[in-house]
Design a protein. Structure first.
Length: 169
């Protein structure tokens, strides 16, 4: 009996590599690094967060209105003194319409409240609510004439501050 010999297999042909492929690389052969894209062309990993534009702050309106509020409060406090009250009555003739016995305290209370609201309106302007702050400041500056308008300068500064707050300046 003849032992069967395994059939000789034909030798596999050597692989043919095209121009895009080369022979397999060994551990010593490392491909060159890829050139990095410029940072301006790199896509963002996520969209940038939305930042709402801030409202313009009425800085000059704030300053003038704040000074007006302080002057109105000082004017109201000065009316507590009898000599100042008597002098101021000569200029602003409508002040003694209020009962003279309660005039000092009532006029002080009215002036302090108007002055505090003027200060609050000026802070609204600083926070970016120029229109609302102006709506608060302007009429109260005119109303401050009840007690003398913060030595009149408070009235003028309040009106100017209200206008500048409305304009966002």
């Amino acid at each position: 009996m003849t032992a069967q010999q395994p059939m000789a297999s034909p030798q596999a042909p050597a692989p043919q590599y095209g121009p895009a492929y080369g022979p397999p690389m060994g551990p010593a052969m490392v491909p060159p690094p890829m050139p990095a894209a410029p940072a301006s062309f790199m896509p963002a990993p996520y969209p940038p967060p939305f930042i709402a534009p801030s409202a313009p702050r009425a800085l000059w309106g704030f300053l003038l209105s704040m000074i007006a509020g302080i002057l109105v409060i000082l004017n109201a406090a000065a009316l507590l003194s009898t000599p100042f009250y008597n002098m101021w009555v000569g200029i602003f003739f409508w002040i003694p319409v209020i009962d003279p016995s309660a005039a000092h305290g009532l006029i002080f209370a009215i002036g302090a409240i108007i002055g505090l609201i003027l200060v609050i309106g000026s802070i609204l302007m600083l926070l970016g609510y120029g229109t609302i702050g102006s709506i608060v400041v302007f009429p109260l500056a005119v109303l401050s004439l009840i007690i003398g308008g913060g030595f009149v300068a408070g009235f003028v500064l309040g009106v100017l501050g209200g206008i500048l707050g409305m304009l966002g300046r």
